[in-house]
Design a protein around this ligand. Structure first.
Ligand SMILES: Nc1ncnc2c1ncn2[C@@H]1O[C@H](COP(=O)(O)OP(=O)(O)OP(=O)(O)O)[C@@H](O)[C@H]1O
Ligand SMILES: [Mg+2]
Length: 489
């Protein structure tokens, strides 16, 4: 026994008793064959089943176009047989048909056939030329495969995919919207945070101002109570000074009398009979230096009188300035006197920096709260003193009458007020002085006091030449002041 192939091995072995029809009918692939006349020569069982026609009705006929397309158009196998496949395929199947990768000259395509089966069928079909031994065209074989399920599955898949894409797009839109909202929210929050921060800064500044105001108030309170104390002491001193002053006058008179008496005694002395007594008197006179006493006592008395007058003046000024007897009461008072007592009190601030010149007019008494007007005078004079540079300057205080009003002004030869500072000088807490030197309340308080008196305050200034603050006050307040000192509103 040998495995060697017989010499005629190139000839295909054939199955005993299986006809070509038998072979086709057994194939599960729907297949038909046409000859060069386009007449169907084979039509297998699977084809009958797939297309729903009998082989007997098809074999020997040329009605494949009717079966597939319901009209007389050629099928793929017809194009192969005619040799017009490339042109025909291009025109009839557009770009759905293409050459087979397995058999040369064979074509394959797929298409939907609406009148086949229930609701139409998708078919995948191939058509291959059949050639004689000499290579000439003998016909064409075409196979058909039902790909409806696959196509439907593909369509479903496509539908799902597009749904999915729609969903993704919707979600993306929603996400973008959410993102926008979030960004807006973040922006809003950032804006709110910025606003909060700036509010916080404002509050801090306000807080700092408040604590300065508090310090100022505490300071004013202290000054007020020191003023009250001083005024109280002044009041207490005023009485003893009063009787010392009046006693002093009497004492001077008594001394004059005594000196007269002494002169008389001295003149009578040589006529005294007792030499011993005369000697004793002379010794005593020398030892007490009577001549010197006679010269010195009047000088001492004059100096003491000046001292007492000064003390009385200081006491009077303290009383006037603090107006402790009539604090906060509306009353008629003389402005010139008020200014004088204030100048005496602030003399210490002024005397090292400037010469004070007074130029007073004749003024009627005005209805005012004297201690408050004194405060205004004091603020203006202290500011004027502070405006002086290294050089000693001059502060002039003038007063006068203008119709039913009186005015006073404080003019200095100081620095002047810069243009950019001028609009702010009456603002509370506005100061150009170094920290700890000014609270910036002097002018704003003064402004408030002048307003309460229905008056005006204005300023003329020139850089390096100086400034003049002028206050104008009505002689009589427009509304009759009420008993507790406040004006009715
Ligand atoms: N006579 C003046 N000459 C130049 N500048 C002045 C004069 N008066 C006021 N000013 C300016 O106006 C500002 C405000 O004055 P204001 O009296 O209100 O406050 P202050 O003197 O600075 O402080 P405070 O009086 O509370 O101690 C001053 O800081 C100063 O710059
Ligand atoms: Mg001031």
């Amino acid at each position: 026994m040998t495995n060697a192939k017989p010499a005629s091995a190139t000839a295909a072995p054939h199955l005993e008793g299986v006809s070509l029809t038998g072979f086709f009918d057994a194939s599960p692939v729907a297949t038909f064959v046409i000859n060069t006349e386009h007449v169907v020569t084979y039509f297998n069982k699977a084809c009958e089943k797939l297309l729903g026609v009998n082989a007997a009705d098809m074999i020997g006929e040329r009605k494949l176009g009717l079966v597939f397309y319901n009209n007389d158009r050629p099928v793929l196998a017809d194009l192969i047989v005619d040799g017009t496949s490339s042109v025909g395929v291009a025109s009839l199947y557009t770009n759905q048909a293409h050459r087979s990768k397995l058999i040369a000259d064979a074509y394959e395509s797929e298409g939907f056939f609406p009148h086949l089966g229930d609701g139409g069928r998708w078919l995948f079909f191939t058509a291959t030329p059949l050639r004689n031994a000499d290579g000439s065209m003998a016909g064409a074989v075409e196979t058909l495969q039902d790909i409806t399920d696959r196509k439907r599955a593909e369509e479903d898949l496509l539908k799902h995919q597009s749904k999915l894409e729609e969903l993704i797009e919707k979600r993306t839109t929603e996400l973008a919207q959410a993102n926008r909202t979030l960004l807006e929210d973040v922006a809003r929050r950032e804006a709110a945070e910025t606003a909060l921060l700036s509010r916080n800064t404002e509050l801090n500044e306000l807080n700092a101002k408040l604590s300065m105001a508090q310090q100022h108030l505490v300071q004013s309170e202290k000054l007020a109570s020191i003023g009250q104390l001083a005024a109280g002491v002044a009041h207490e001193i005023n009485n003893p000074i009063g009787y010392i002053f009046s006693n002093f006058g009497t004492l001077e008179k008594y001394l004059t009398d005594l000196f007269q008496m002494l002169v008389a005694y001295e003149k009578a002395e040589p006529f005294h009979g007792n030499a011993q007594t005369v000697l004793a008197l002379a010794t005593l006179r020398n030892s007490i230096e009577l001549d010197f006493l006679k010269e010195d006592i009047p000088t001492l008395m004059r100096e003491s009188r000046e001292g007492i007058v000064r003390v009385r003046k200081i006491v009077q000024d303290l009383k006037d300035f603090s107006h402790v007897d009539a604090n906060l009461d509306w009353q008629f008072a003389n402005l010139n006197q008020g200014i004088d007592s204030t100048l005496n009190v602030v003399n210490n601030e002024v005397k090292y920096k400037a010469d004070l010149v007074k130029d007073y007019g004749d003024l009627p008494d005005i209805q005012c709260m004297p201690s408050q007007i004194n405060q205004v005078v004091m603020n203006l004079v202290v500011n004027a003193a502070h405006a002086m540079g290294a050089q000693r300057g001059k502060i002039t205080v003038r007063t006068g009458v203008a119709g039913d009003k009186v005015w006073f002004e404080v003019a200095d030869t100081g620095s002047g007020i810069p243009k950019e500072v001028l609009p702010r000088i009456f603002d509370p807490f506005y100061t150009t002085k170094p920290v700890g030197h000014g609270t910036g309340l002097g002018l704003s308080l003064s402004y408030g006091i002048v307003q309460k008196h229905h008056g005006t305050i204005d300023v003329q200034t020139e850089m390096t030449k100086g400034s003049t603050f002028r206050v104008m006050l009505p002689v009589k307040q427009p509304n009759p002041p009420v008993a507790d000192g406040a004006l009715p509103t």
